[in-house]
Design a protein around this ligand. Structure first.
Ligand code: AMP
Length: 172
């Protein structure tokens, strides 16, 4: 089944710029069998973990995050690009290939001691998820795992997320 899910992901060469092979999960998400199986396989890991909040990273992380949260009976918290969240936020900047980017989360999105999963569609260099770990740590959340549909293993993103456990359903 995992092989079928893997095959349902579309490769888009040179997007968003030359040299990047973009892993497009829209082809996975639009297929009801693949999408449901993906969410079920990911959620299965956390059924007994008493997850309080799933933290989803804008924007594809909202898709997998909301589905996981529903399945686990947990809440969903949104990590967004600057200026999108209406209330008080924590901010965290991280390095990109050229320059920096910033992510925000509401200061009341996670309560101290709550069990948290951080999720996104894809783990590449790990810079994005590393910033989100810092945001969750500021609120005292207990990070159970960082969970991704796809991991690009050669970029070694999981090393940046140490010591937090990292899970990915599909590895390229
Ligand atoms: P990173 O911070 O390098 O781990 O990048 C992760 C973020 O960038 C995720 O939100 C991904 O959706 C996106 N991303 C990075 N590289 C790719 C890729 N090759 N294909 C699809 N999405 C990517």
């Amino acid at each position: 089944m995992v092989e079928q899910i893997k095959k349902s992901i579309r490769n888009v060469p040179d997007f968003p710029k030359e040299g990047i092979l973009f892993k497009d999960i829209t082809t996975l998400c639009k297929d009801p069998v693949m999408f449901v199986k993906t969410v079920d396989l990911m959620a299965h890991r956390y059924i007994d973990k008493e997850i309080d909040v799933v933290v989803g990273i804008e924007a594809r992380g909202f898709v997998v995050g909301a589905a996981l949260a529903y399945k686990l009976g947990a809440g969903i918290a949104l990590v967004r690009k600057p200026g999108k969240l209406p209330h008080n936020t924590h901010k965290e900047s991280y390095e990109l290939e050229y320059g920096t980017d910033t992510l925000e989360i509401h200061t009341d999105a996670v309560e101290k001691g709550q069990n948290v999963i951080i999720t996104d569609d894809l783990l590449a260099t790990g810079g994005t998820a590393e910033a989100v770990i810092k945001l969750v740590n500021q609120m005292g959340g207990n990070i159970i795992e960082c969970s991704f549909i796809v991991e690009l293993e050669e970029l070694k993103g999981r090393e940046k997320l140490t010591p937090h456990p990292v899970y990915s359903l599909i590895k390229f």
